[in-house]
Design a protein around this ligand. Structure first.
Ligand SMILES: Nc1nc2c(ncn2[C@@H]2O[C@H](COP(=O)(O)OP(=O)(O)O)[C@@H](O)[C@H]2O)c(=O)[nH]1
Ligand SMILES: [Mg+2]
Length: 431
């Protein structure tokens, strides 16, 4: 679909299309021709949305054409010849924002919706697009404004200080706002997982069954499995959906001393993948005794977020975790039979999302929002401290104004041009 927005959009559409009258928001079947030589470009469905009842609030034309890149290109070229210019990343959304069609948090939700990788992520982005975040912040803002007005008028009209009981009430109000904001910001640990996904890397010495485990978890024969140690040379990544959380799972080359040049490079990549990941699965072969390289890996990953997985539980020689590695919690699995995989998935989820991703609640999924909420809460606490120490109203008011400004930046009421252009630079073209 090709979208035109702006005061000349409909005039351009009439020139390339074969129609004169505009029926607002009615799709029409029409032929498009190139103005210079009247060459036919495509037969399309074209819809005009006269301002202000459109996505951007300007005149908008949407052209649904046949999907070949050559056709799309020729239609775009024809409109460019008539004075249209290519939209920058997120430009339609930015115009919708400047024309008051949506607020900033909603604009960001559009981007998140496009980037969403799982149903749960889609659900959160849609909630934000529906204005739920702005609605959740509304009462906090109102309370802050109320307190600010009260203090400002005390400053203006009353000579003596606010009486202690009144100050107490104000402190209680601010405490309520502070707690509410804290609760919202704490949902970021779960929300971030939904939006950004998590990286889980499988590591271990050669032949313990890393690639087999990788294949079982992604439910596809993606990685090559053989009994020849050193088969996996390069890292291999696949996305899976673990109860709504997008997980990028990476299989790696087994860690061992080797003189093989390619394998050495692969092992370097393994170490890099381990460093970059949110969780490491340390795979051990439970059917054999642990070697020094297993021990080394166990101690190396001690400080990382990791799960120890004891594979090949189907073999008679399998020794479960308790007897082969003392004081180390391990999950027994068999990549071959699938035994224990459900527990492994549950353990991965549990170690990633301590707060869970309860379906009912709105989650903060955006780092910018999270930072602003933390800043807001910090300022409120500064104000409360000033209030408790009976400082002058001015010293209470400054942090409160800051807090209100930070909250306003989430929905874009008080966002500077710089921040706006930074946000819209992360959009894709045509949105
Ligand atoms: N019995 C048994 N064999 C396994 C299991 N997982 C892997 N293997 C075998 O162990 C060998 C090495 O597996 P592979 O996945 O390539 O190990 P990697 O080198 O760690 O990637 C292969 O012959 C697999 O068939 C398992 O759970 N049970
Ligand atoms: Mg392998």
């Amino acid at each position: 679909m090709i979208r035109l927005s702006g005061p000349n959009a409909i005039a351009i559409a009439k020139t390339v299309g074969d129609f004169d009258d505009v029926e607002p928001r009615q799709a029409r079947l029409t032929k498009l021709t190139r103005p210079v030589d009247r060459q036919m470009l495509d037969q399309v469905l074209l819809t005009c949305f006269p301002a202000p009842h459109s996505l951007t609030g300007e005149d908008v034309v949407e052209i649904s054409c046949h999907g070949s890149p050559a056709i799309v290109r020729s239609i775009i070229d024809a409109t460019l010849e008539l004075g249209a210019v290519l939209a920058g990343p997120g430009e339609f959304t930015l115009r919708a924002l400047s024309n008051g069609k949506i607020n900033l948090a909603q604009a960001e939700a559009i981007r998140d919706l496009i980037a969403a990788q799982t149903d749960a992520a889609v659900k959160q982005a849609s909630r934000q697009l529906n204005g739920e975040l702005s609605n959740a912040l509304g009462p906090f803002k109102e309370k802050l404004v109320e307190v600010i007005v009260l203090l400002e008028s005390a400053l203006e009209f009353v000579e003596e200080d606010i009486p202690a009981p009144r100050a107490n009430e104000i402190d209680q109000d601010l405490a309520t706002v502070s707690t509410g904001i804290e609760k919202l910001s704490q949902s970021y640990s779960a929300g971030r997982l939904l939006q950004e996904g998590v990286r889980v890397t499988i590591t271990g010495r050669p032949n313990v069954g890393k690639s087999s485990l990788f294949n079982s978890l992604i439910q596809r024969e993606r990685a090559i499995v053989t009994d020849i140690p050193g088969t996996t040379r390069d890292t291999l990544s696949e996305a899976i959906d673990l109860e709504g959380i997008p997980v990028i799972l990476t299989d790696t080359a087994g860690l061992r001393e080797t003189t093989d040049g390619i394998e050495t490079l692969g092992i370097e990549r393994t170490r890099r993948a381990m460093g970059d990941s949110d969780l490491v699965l340390v795979v051990l072969d439970g059917s054999t005794d642990l070697g020094p390289s297993d021990q080394e890996l166990i101690s190396q990953t001690e400080s990382a977020r990791r799960l120890v997985v004891l594979n090949k539980s189907d073999l008679p020689s399998f020794k479960s975790a308790a007897c082969c590695i003392e004081e180390l919690e391990a999950i027994n699995v068999s990549a071959r039979t699938g035994e224990g995989l459900a527990s492994l998935r549950a353990a991965i989820l549990a170690s990633l999302s301590r707060n869970g991703t309860e379906d009912g609640s709105l989650l903060i999924t955006n780092a910018r929002h999270y930072d602003l909420l933390c800043n807001t809460q910090r300022e409120i606490e500064v104000a409360r401290a000033a209030l408790r120490e009976r400082h002058s109203e001015e010293l209470v008011l400054v942090p409160l104004h800051n807090a209100l400004r930070f909250l306003g930046q989430i929905t874009g009421e008080t966002t500077t041009e710089d921040i706006l252009s930074e946000i819209f630079a992360t959009f894709c073209i045509g949105k």
